[in-house]
Design a protein around this ligand. Structure first.
Ligand SMILES: Nc1ncnc2c1ncn2[C@@H]1O[C@H](COP(=O)(O)OP(=O)(O)OP(=O)(O)O)[C@@H](O)[C@H]1O
Length: 574
């Protein structure tokens, strides 16, 4: 399509000169016919010329339409393709890259390429087309009088330089504002979205949010106002230069015609060419702004694609051991988040044995979730290493590793999709496997819920789309839990899996969990000691470090932190 587009444009580019030239021939012929009185003039040649000009005009119009058609089709394809490419690349990147605000800015700017810049391609092609047309017209000029070119250049060069100067300035401004623009978008989202409406109403936040939005958007307005005014003022000066150039050339051509050095046909040809050149130049200059802006923004797009993940598939990946023999051994593992001074985990030495159920206990921020993310290689340790059956975790096949570790995070997603899809995300390859989905739902107690929904497993969930039904917090959690049962993972990790469940559901969930994970390794993170005590061993974390490890009874007997926290919670029930 691009090639067709270019071809059509090249043909179209030659037409203005051809039309002007035929016009010149027509006028010269008319003048000639008017001045020959002695014989009966033949008009055949004249009408032939008129016919040719008509044909050229029709062709030019048809080509323009064909070009815009191909342009708009190409634009759509281009937008789709870039969106897909961005998503594909984003999928390869590491979790901590997503948590980095500089990365987010890049992602944001790359995303803008797909929406705002789709016209870039057609703009570039139009520019090339107009440049070719200009080239043709200029050749015509040179043939008649090369000096006119000098006038033309004098009129346009300052404008080109001015435009590119202002482009750079406005790009620098926009770039510097990326972070604040994200904040502006976020504020807009806070002010008007289904997810925020509840709190905004209850805390009466709308005034606060709107004021914040006003303040931010006003800052943008003020900082870009000066530039816009400067640009417009200089634009006026440059346009004046252009007009001066045009009228100087026009005067010169008229002078030459009166002089008798050129014919009236040539006068109309040159004047027409000059007028066209000027309007072409105006178009080119206008487009030059959009294109050069688009082109500099394109750098952001490529910057985004230059970001490379750090957590990669090893060169010779080992298959995930089936079954696990030894388990996971943490050897002096430490981890610090990028941009963070503090260690989230430090000096961790312990083993998660094959088939063992380990509970992680600790106060908020103690590093429980971080430990789990290390196990699933969402991050790699900053120091130390994790061994799986004696071999560094980094040597295993990354896809198999993630397939064999089923994690349900405490901040799991509530997909605005159907009930069955919400479960199927646990093993998306099996999304059509209804018996498997139903079984997973049964295991997590979500099946009773499906029975209550008007469309059962096909019920759309969430309020964002039509006919969606929203669930309660505990119901969503049961659904999320079902994801863990969708695959035959060797290690199951549940991070706060029952926080939203009622007491009966929690009891049942754990009854089943124990049955279903028999022989498998599991990690449970919970603040509820009723959950914690069913684990074989309990690991108590404090400020990222291992404080105590042992069975419930051992830790109680030890009278340490675990015993203290346990008794604190138990006292609440007495
Ligand atoms: N993405 C992140 N970037 C920087 N620091 C983080 C990030 N996630 C967590 N932290 C910090 O790392 C420490 C450990 O966090 P983690 O989420 O592992 O705690 P947790 O024990 O799971 O807490 P909770 O019981 O509240 O869920 C905390 O101090 C937290 O502030």
């Amino acid at each position: 399509m691009t090639l067709v587009n270019i071809l059509l444009r090249v043909i179209r580019a030659a037409l203005p000169l051809a039309i002007l030239y035929v016009g010149k021939l027509i006028i010269d012929e008319v003048v000639l016919l008017n001045s020959t009185h002695n014989t009966i003039p033949s008009h055949t040649y004249l009408w032939k010329l008129v016919g040719i000009e008509f044909g050229l005009a029709v062709l030019s119009d048809a080509l323009s339409r064909a070009v815009s058609l191909v342009d708009s089709l190409l634009g759509d394809l281009f937008a789709n393709l870039t969106s897909v490419k961005i998503m594909e690349h984003a999928a390869t990147l590491d979790l901590d890259q997503f948590e980095d605000s500089v990365f987010y800015d890049k992602l944001e700017r790359a995303r803008q390429q797909t929406t705002g810049r789709t016209i870039l391609l057609s703009q570039v092609l139009s520019q090339v087309q107009d440049l070719i047309t200009m080239g043709f017209l200029i050749v015509g000029f040179v043939v008649f009088n090369p000096w006119l070119i000098v006038l033309l250049l004098a009129a346009i060069v300052p404008a080109f330089l001015g435009e590119s100067h202002f482009n750079n300035k406005s790009y620098a401004l926009t770039r510097a504002q990326t972070a604040q623009r994200r904040e502006l978008d976020y504020t807009r989202y806070l002010g008007a979205s289904d997810e925020t409406a509840k709190e905004v109403k209850i805390f009466n936040l709308s005034g606060f949010i709107i004021d914040r939005f006003k303040a931010l958007s006003n800052k943008f307005y003020v900082s870009s106002r000066a530039l816009t005014i400067q640009r417009s003022a200089w634009g006026t000066v440059f346009a004046l230069l252009g007009s001066i150039g045009y009228y100087a050339a026009y005067g010169y051509i008229i002078y030459k015609t009166i002089n008798g050095s050129i014919t009236i046909g040539t006068l109309t040809f040159l004047a027409g060419s000059f007028r066209q050149l000027r309007s072409l130049l105006e178009g080119i200059l206008g487009r030059f702004t959009t294109i050069s802006q688009g082109a500099i923004y394109l750098r952001d797009y490529f910057d985004f694609f230059d970001i490379q993940p750090q957590i990669n598939q090893p060169p010779h990946p080992l298959p995930f051991p089936q079954p696990l023999r030894e388990g996971f051994r943490f050897e002096n593992v430490g981890f610090r988040y990028t941009n963070s001074e503090r260690w989230a985990n430090r000096h961790l030495n312990f083993t998660l044995h094959a088939g063992e159920k380990l509970a992680l206990v600790g106060e908020n921020g103690a590093g429980k979730t971080t430990l789990v993310k290390l196990l699933a290689r969402l991050y790699d340790p900053t120091e130390g290493r994790i061994l799986l059956d004696g071999i560094d975790l980094r040597q295993y096949d990354l896809v198999q590793l993630r397939q064999n570790i089923g994690v349900i995070f405490q901040d799991y997603l509530r997909y605005q999709m159907s009930f069955s899809q919400n479960i199927a995300v646990g093993n998306i390859g099996e999304k059509e496997n209804r018996p498997l989905i139903a079984e997973a739902a049964r295991q997590s107690l979500a099946d009773a819920l499906a029975a209550k929904l008007p469309n059962g497993y096909d019920q759309a969930l969430g309020r964002r789309f039509n006919n969606g039904v929203d669930l309660s917090g505990g119901e969503w959690q049961k659904l999320a839990l079902a994801r863990a049962y969708m695959r035959n993972a060797q290690v199951l990790i549940l991070d706060e899996p029952t926080a939203a469940l009622d007491a009966r559901a929690e009891y049942e969930v754990f009854q089943r969990f124990a049955e279903l994970t028999q022989g498998k390794s599991a990690i449970l993170i919970s603040h509820r000691f009723s959950t914690v005590r069913m684990a074989n061993r309990i690991l108590v974390l404090d400020k990222g470090q291992l404080l105590e490890i042992g069975s419930h009874e051992e830790l109680l007997a030890k009278q340490g932190r675990y015993a203290e926290l346990f008794q604190l919670q138990a006292a609440g029930y007495r």
